[in-house]
Design a protein around this ligand. Structure first.
Ligand code: PLP
Ligand code: SF4
Length: 342
């Protein structure tokens, strides 16, 4: 019996080594402190602790699940829509989420073989591209996590982008205010602001426990500096795939002055099937949320269509044509008829 358990532990150890060799692993002290070591299903551990099941790759999973590569006009830029583009300034993160849709391309050099940030030359080429493309109204700073930039580099980037006359919106996508809140200093918050463009910050957060007092204080530093905040969450099996957890998450975000923006259906990143739910589960959860919470607490449920075709709204349709006009489903789930006559 003992021997069998020992062999199991060795096999598990070996699997975890293979996971760590393939995908970056990191957790911040703030997130580590939230984990209950006695709980084998801890929702924080499930997001950051490597799992042997990551070695299972299902046939539909792919290295570039949302087709970034096909929409990359120059290094660091992803453009799927005329009026906005992503600018991936760094390829490292303070934590590595086990479900990351860019898990094949984010991480330290030892895992990805790439440098942790865009080179100075590549950044110049990306800025020149954005400056040439007069349709680009919004630039989404992402990565990796762009809040790993120093305040000086964040300030430089803000100034350079805001100086482009057609760029009106700078949107930063980050997990830092939750996972490493001390990084968000007043100096950093000020570095994101410019009189020539409007800055938004979108926080990636998946479980209400991530919203600690320190995280709320970091959010307050940003919002008080005049930066409106939104959030995006990923629907994750065993982490937040129940209405109570989502309700608590979205209510506490709204209380902290963060508007829930997107709930993402899990992308087909390799080795993530144990963390994905199905779409029906997500739709039922959204329906349940509608009966529980204010519209302020309801994000849009979306899925990035594999192959790079952009996001599809997944909320179940609430309006259907009928013989006499329309059928509309209320937040109570009941369908009622409506005559669409002037
Ligand atoms: C998701 C995404 C955006 C942002 O889309 P919104 O719906 O405006 O939030 C922009 N560009 C790319 C390439 C994206 O994948
Ligand atoms: S913070 Fe974002 S980019 Fe980084 S590992 Fe998590 S999901 Fe991926």
């Amino acid at each position: 019996m003992d021997g069998f358990a020992a062999m199991d532990a060795t096999a598990e150890d070996d699997a975890l080594k293979r996971v760590a060799a393939r995908y970056a692993v990191s957790i911040t002290p703030a997130m580590q402190a939230l984990i209950d070591p006695a709980d084998p299903a801890d929702p924080i551990a499930a997001q950051f602790a490597p799992d042997a099941r990551e070695l299972i790759v299902t046939p539909d999973e792919r290295a570039d699940p949302i087709g970034d590569d096909a929409h990359t006009p120059c290094e660091g830029v992803v453009r799927r829509y005329a009026d906005r583009c992503l600018l991936k300034v760094v390829s490292v993160c303070p934590v590595y989420c086990r479900f990351c849709f860019r898990r094949e391309s984010v991480g330290p050099k030892s895992v990805t073989g790439k440098t942790p940030a865009l080179s100075a030359e590549a950044l110049e080429r990306a800025l020149a591209y954005i400056a040439q493309q007069a349709d680009i109204w919004e630039v989404i700073l992402t990565g990796g996590d762009p809040f790993l930039l120093s305040p000086r580099r964040a300030r430089d980037l803000t100034t350079r982008l805001a100086a482009i006359p057609h760029v009106k919106i700078l949107r930063w996508h980050t997990r830092v205010p939750a996972v490493d809140p001390a990084r968000v200093t007043d100096e950093f918050a000020a570095a994101l602001k410019s009189k020539d463009a409007t800055t938004y910050v979108v926080l990636h957060i998946n479980h209400p426990r991530e919203l600690t007092e320190e995280a709320k204080a970091a959010i307050a530093r940003l919002v008080d500096a005049g930066v409106p905040m939104l959030s995006q969450s990923v629907l994750l099996k065993g982490v937040n795939d129940n209405a109570e957890t989502l309700e608590a998450l979205f209510r506490s975000l709204v209380e902290a002055r963060v508007k829930p923006y997107y709930l993402h259906h899990g992308d087909l990143a390799p080795g993530t099937s144990h963390l994905r739910t199905d779409i029906e589960t997500g739709q039922a959860l959204m329906q349940d949320l509608q009966t529980r919470v204010s519209g302020l607490c309801q994000p849009a449920y979306v899925l990035d269509i594999p192959g790079g075709h952009g996001k599809a709204p997944l909320a179940p349709c609430a309006a259907e044509k009928s013989d006499t006009g329309w059928r509309l489903r209320g937040r109570d789930g009941i369908w009622r008829s409506y005559r669409d006559r002037p």
